[in-house]
Design a protein around this ligand. Structure first.
Ligand SMILES: [Zn+2]
Length: 346
């Protein structure tokens, strides 16, 4: 009995099965070699909400209130990553999209990585801001928490709602990118305020960062800058904005360079700060590289649909990167008295 029943499993695991002729399997290995667990045939036929998906090489079925479909069955405007094959949400009303936050599908990991980060970031800001050592540290941390939380909130909204309609997907795409611009701006401002005492250095860097941020924001939000004709220019400005983030770090290391001659405590603070911020850069870049190359799902299509695909890795790298920025900021705030070169002589 089992051998003929096993062949009835549909190839497209997430499409509602056309006929679940005799049995639903609860769980089996992708090479079809594992033990099958039978469910009652009558329940299976009544229940078209049973879905199929792959997680860590295992295929699962579960009850899902929203219809999950194979990548090939998605409308073109939802299609994004052909290597994430099963368990994609298709078009949903807004209310259903919000409900789907609590269900298992390809976006669950993307949503929750940044939803949990949002909640933690708000809680931590409320806890830590009243303890700021001085006004400067308070303002710096406000920029940091505003930037990082904006990234998390915009990303969570995008991943929840982009399936609602084509126009909503376009709007939410802009919201997601705009959140990234605000996040980079907040982080870079926080670093400049913390690392530079001298108003001339501080304000010139803040003005450059803010002008770049406004330019990127306009490129993201205004439709006239979305065409292919301005793509190169847009990419270059975004790259310049991101790369400009290393300018404060390099300047900080350069003006404190003399510490390495005869001031060990100062030198160790500078080293730790550069290591934290350098690790942040490496984390963002490696996450972005995996995201752009769609690794690991490119190598094992369909094996990372629920957990472990490149977009989730990118989200985790964003959270880790922001935490490294925070640690670097606190390192400087707590040890400013050990950094004589930060005192403004002008
Ligand atoms: Zn995302």
């Amino acid at each position: 009995m089992a051998s003929t029943d096993q062949q009835a499993i549909p190839e497209k695991y997430c499409t509602p099965p056309p006929v679940f002729s005799s049995v639903l399997t609860e769980r089996y290995l992708s090479n079809n070699s594992a033990t099958f667990v039978q469910l009652h045939e009558e329940d299976a036929q009544k229940d078209s909400s049973h879905m199929w998906g792959t997680m860590c090489g295992l295929k699962y079925s579960w009850k899902s209130p929203v219809e999950l479909v194979h990548f090939d069955d998605l409308p073109d405007w939802i299609k994004d990553n052909e290597f994430v094959q099963t368990c994609n949400r298709s078009c949903l009303p807004i209310k259903q999209a919000f409900k789907s936050v609590f269900q298992v599908h390809t976006e669950t990991g993307n949503i929750w990585t940044h939803l949990l980060a949002t909640l933690f970031s708000i809680w931590f800001a409320i806890y830590i801001l009243p303890q700021a050592k001085n006004t400067e540290a308070f303002v710096s941390l406000c920029f940091f928490f505003f930037g990082s939380t904006t990234v998390y909130v915009c990303s969570t909204l995008y991943h929840t709602l982009y399936v609602c309609s084509y126009s909503i997907s376009q709007i939410m795409g802009k919201v997601d990118y705009a959140g990234v611009v605000v996040g980079i701006w907040g982080c870079e401002c926080a670093c400049v305020i913390t690392m530079f005492e001298c108003p001339s250095h501080r304000w010139s860097l803040l003005v450059i960062i803010t002008v770049l941020a406004f330019t990127c924001f306009a490129l993201v939000v205004l439709d006239r800058f979305s065409g292919p004709s301005v793509r190169v220019c847009r990419t270059l400005i975004f790259a310049l904005f991101g790369i400009f983030g290393i300018v404060p770090m390099i300047t900080f290391a350069t003006i404190n360079n003399s510490c390495y001659l005869d001031n060990a405590p100062c030198a160790s603070v500078v080293t730790r700060t550069v290591v934290y911020l350098g690790s942040m850069g490496a984390t963002f870049l490696s996450g972005a590289a995996l995201y752009a190359l769609r690794i690991p799902e490119r190598w094992w299509p369909g094996k990372f649909d629920l957990i472990g695909h490149s977009h989730q890795i990118w989200h985790v790298s964003i959270v880790v990167g922001f935490n490294l920025v925070y640690v670097g900021l606190i390192e400087v705030v707590n040890n400013k008295h050990l950094l004589p070169a930060l005192q403004c002589s002008a």
